[in-house]
Design a protein around this ligand. Structure first.
Ligand SMILES: Cc1cc2nc3c(=O)[nH]c(=O)nc-3n(C[C@H](O)[C@H](O)[C@H](O)COP(=O)(O)O)c2cc1C
Length: 158
């Protein structure tokens, strides 16, 4: 079984989660940052995990385009979908539902909302203002949901 893990990350959180998932899933998963590395031929893979993060209500455009462009092929594979975000509960679920195509969510073997981080050292000045003034968070926070990652891996590997 050959696996591919495709992700995009703005401040590094989704990258950390993707690396942890690759460690847990095993070496047969190829890890690809869609922002920096060209994609391999998707036909070669049996399982494809896709991950991105929410910034101002939406997942990265490249992840959206990847899902849309390859939807027919993705629907023939074993799929895992995960999302980094700071919202929790229903608002997080709503974000997840708009991040990925409905048919892909229904088809997925595993889905997860894996929490997120506010990393001030990685933010530009506009992001710092948004997070300080609008969100009301003044210091870096790390709220990666490791249980959600473990559940995701369990679903993906059974
Ligand atoms: C400017 C900014 C806007 C954000 N907007 C949202 C949002 O709309 N909803 C949400 O749940 N999280 C939001 N977040 C939190 C991110 O999803 C979180 O920082 C995540 O860990 C980023 O992952 P990444 O570093 O892989 O991009 C925002 C973070 C920043 C810095």
């Amino acid at each position: 079984m050959k696996g591919l893990l495709v992700y995009q990350s703005k401040h590094g959180t989704t990258e950390k989660v993707a690396q942890r998932m690759q460690n847990l899933l095993g070496e047969e998963y190829l890890l690809i940052n869609i922002n920096t590395t060209s994609l391999p031929n998707l036909e070669e893979f049996d399982r494809i995990v896709i991950g991105g993060s929410i910034h101002a209500g939406a997942i990265q455009k490249k992840i959206q385009a990847f899902c849309k462009l390859n939807l027919d092929l993705l629907l023939q594979k074993e799929i895992g979908l995960f999302l980094s975000c700071m919202y929790k509960g229903d608002p997080a679920l709503k974000q997840f539902e708009t991040a990925y195509p409905e048919s892909l969510i229904k088809h997925a073997k595993a889905t997860a909302i894996t929490g997120g981080e506010f990393l001030f050292s990685e933010m530009n000045w506009i992001e710092k203002i948004i997070v300080r003034k609008i969100v009301g968070v003044k210091e870096s926070q790390s709220e990666i949901n490791f249980n959600a990652i473990d559940d995701f891996i369990a679903h993906m590997t059974t």
